[in-house]
Design a protein around this ligand. Structure first.
Ligand SMILES: O=c1ccn([C@@H]2O[C@H](COP(=O)(O)O)[C@@H](O)[C@H]2O)c(=O)[nH]1
Length: 260
């Protein structure tokens, strides 16, 4: 196990070294570390530490959601960790289960992203249930927005953000008009099929307000058709860098088109 986890950390380090000057943040998915037990968790926090020391914002994708007393412990584990800036939070259990995280966001200058409309194909089953006052995800957005308003920073954005899937273009438009002050964490780009055009409406008119996430498309870029013929497996990190540059340029082009 130790060997696998060491290899995972070195792989991550290679990618961080290759892209840290291009991206604002890394999102580390806890499931891929939990699966290796204690050594995996060690690799997770080592990766977070390395990314943080490289100047990146570190988002732990842990999707926590439990009663408030338990949430306090989750919050202590992640938001009180010096190398983690923000976590993802599942709001299904209600407002009071999110408050412990908000309290730590305030105390320690951290952030959370509340799952509002997720990128997966089945997300509509619950999130798009129509109520008399709109869709279920709109109700979650309303709750998140109220919380966001209580924690606005110097630049007008809140520490309470929202997860909004890149694959949910229509919902993203609605949410962007309702949640001006929240950063959107936008997964679903690349491997799940969303494109630069699809994420353009996740940004505010100032060109800010969204962090677009692409995981497999970046970290496994060396396996992709086009790059496979250009780079070797050993050059995986350089390949990731190329893919990040491509993603950045495609998104910037779409944003410029939208503004003109
Ligand atoms: O709605 C959501 C919320 C989180 N995720 C997470 O994002 C990445 C996506 O990985 P890709 O390889 O870019 O598809 C993954 O860690 C998910 O847990 C999401 O996909 N959708």
């Amino acid at each position: 196990m130790r060997g696998i986890c060491r290899a995972i950390f070195l792989f991550n380090k290679g990618i961080i070294d290759a892209v840290y000057d291009l991206v604002p943040a890394v999102k580390i998915q806890i499931a891929f570390y939990e699966v290796y037990g204690a050594e995996g968790i060690r690799a997770f926090f080592k990766t977070a530490e390395y990314a943080k020391k490289k100047g990146l914002i570190v988002i732990a994708d842990v999707k926590r959601g439990d009663i408030a007393d338990v949430a306090m412990m989750y919050s202590k584990a992640y938001l009180q960790n010096e190398y983690i800036d923000a976590i993802t939070v599942n709001p299904y259990m209600g407002e009071n289960t999110i408050l412990p995280y908000i309290s730590d966001c305030t105390k320690y200058g951290k952030g959370i992203f509340i799952l509002v409309k997720t990128s997966n194909k089945g997300s509509g089953t619950i999130q798009n249930i129509k109520t008399e006052e709109g869709y279920f995800f709109e109700k979650v957005a309303e709750m998140a927005n109220k919380m966001a308003d209580s924690l606005i920073g110097n630049y007008g954005y809140s520490s309470i953000g929202a997860v909004v899937g890149a694959t949910c273009t229509e919902e993203a438009k609605i949410l962007r008009t309702k949640m001006h002050r929240s950063y959107f964490l936008v997964p679903g780009y690349g491997a799940q099929g969303a494109t630069a055009d699809d994420v353009a409406d996740c940004f505010n008119d100032d060109g800010l307000g969204a962090v677009i996430n692409s995981s497999r498309k970046i970290i496994f870029a060396y396996r992709n058709g086009y790059w496979k013929d250009v780079y070797t497996e050993e050059e995986y990190a350089q390949t990731s860098r190329e893919e990040v540059i491509l993603m950045r340029d495609l998104i910037n082009n779409c944003l410029m088109k939208k503004r003109s």
